[in-house]
Design a protein around this ligand. Structure first.
Ligand SMILES: [Zn+2]
Length: 211
């Protein structure tokens, strides 16, 4: 868990490579269910078509089903879930029911100034989706995509104002989830303002305590 810009995507890629476990993201799961016309997928679609958020119980039912598939036998990585305390509390009942409890929560911590630098320096290629950063990962020619030569742009919400809004949302809805797992004693707080390799070392250290 961590705010936007903390490096969740990078860390989850590294974890998946290292441990060969499935990546369970609610966004992907939702899309798969809708595409495959599953019962839950159709139910979710009816909410989305009406312009509503998919309710927690539908999402949780999808996670429950997904965790019982064969590839989750030796572990799984949850990404973007649970996002709220209500989801975490509802999910706790499922964890116990299917006997696959959350055993470790990685909380990536980054100061606001670092996030501002990471986010406002981000440039994306509107054509091929390549992502750059003006300091950390500059393109060879300033403002031009290395891959396809298109002009790089900034995401509309990659601004300090939007970051502030997102951080407030994070503090309000996600921090309580971290506190919830903290009471179970399973949260590892990691300073994510360091270099990727150093952060991942800490992540591995936290995961090495698991069975
Ligand atoms: Zn490109």
């Amino acid at each position: 868990m961590g705010p936007a810009g903390a490096g969740k995507g990078t860390m989850s890629d590294l974890i998946l490579k290292e441990y060969d476990i499935p990546h369970i993201s609610t966004g992907d799961m939702l899309r798969d269910n809708v595409r495959n016309n599953t019962e839950l997928g159709n139910l979710a679609k009816s909410y989305m078509d009406a312009g509503n958020l998919v309710p927690d119980d539908v999402i949780i039912a999808m996670v429950e089903k997904r965790l019982q598939e064969d590839d989750c036998q030796k572990g799984y990585l949850l990404d973007g879930f649970p996002r709220t305390l209500v989801q975490a509390e509802a999910f706790e009942k499922i964890e116990n029911k299917i006997g696959k409890p959350v055993e470790c929560v990685i909380a990536l911590e980054v100061g606001f100034d670092t996030l501002v630098e990471r986010i406002t320096g981000r440039r994306i290629c509107p054509k091929c989706g390549a992502i750059y950063h003006i300091h950390n990962k500059p393109s060879k020619i300033e403002g031009i995509c290395d891959v396809c030569g298109s002009e790089l742009t900034q995401r509309k919400d990659d601004t300090v104002e939007q970051l502030t809004v997102r951080m407030d949302g994070y503090e309000k809805s996600t921090k309580p989830v971290i506190d919830f797992y903290d009471k179970r004693g399973i949260v590892s707080y990691i300073d994510a303002s360091q270099e990727t390799a150093a952060v991942f070392e800490k992540v591995k250290e936290a995961l090495s305590k698991l069975k």
